[in-house]
Design a protein around this ligand. Structure first.
Ligand code: FE2
Ligand code: FE2
Length: 143
């Protein structure tokens, strides 16, 4: 199940949107690799990318929440923490066990859940909030 970028996912913040596009691209690349029997080769690079992503991307988003007075910031931040914890667990398993197929499958599922539960839901809500805020700040036409 390949995932496409949708314009309503855009937050309007270039760095955040670029990260989301990249995570979707990598998810699709992992699916392609699995189909071609290369999932185990691909998964390591993905995990190290995600580790990096989790650190900088979440920090950037949370900073924006704070700067814009986003009311749902606490719930959102909690999901970031959960993702980071799960990622750490997954990573530890890879270190202990190498790349067994079941872990590749688990990574796949983990990322799919993240895309649908967080990027499609929570990050999109934040995008909507930013758009509304921008519109509200604009002077009435003709005013
Ligand atoms: Fe995000
Ligand atoms: Fe987020």
């Amino acid at each position: 199940m390949w995932i496409n970028w949708r314009s309503d996912l855009e937050t309007g913040i270039a760095a955040v949107d670029a990260d989301h596009r990249e995570i979707i691209r990598r998810f699709n690349a992992l699916l392609t690799a699995c189909e071609q029997g290369r999932g185990r080769d691909e998964v390591k690079g993905l995990i190290s990318y995600l580790e990096n992503y989790a650190g900088t991307h979440f920090r950037d988003e949370e900073k924006l929440h704070e700067e814009t007075g986003y009311p749902d910031a606490a719930v959102h931040r909690e999901q970031h923490r959960t993702f980071t914890d799960k990622l750490r667990e997954l990573n530890a398993k890879f270190s202990q066990q190498g790349t067994p197929v079941y872990l590749v499958v688990r990574t796949n599922r983990f990322l799919a859940e993240w895309l649908f539960d967080h990027i499609y839901e929570k990050d999109r809500e934040f995008g909507d909030f930013l758009r509304k805020k921008k519109t509200a700040g604009r002077p009435e036409p003709g005013a």
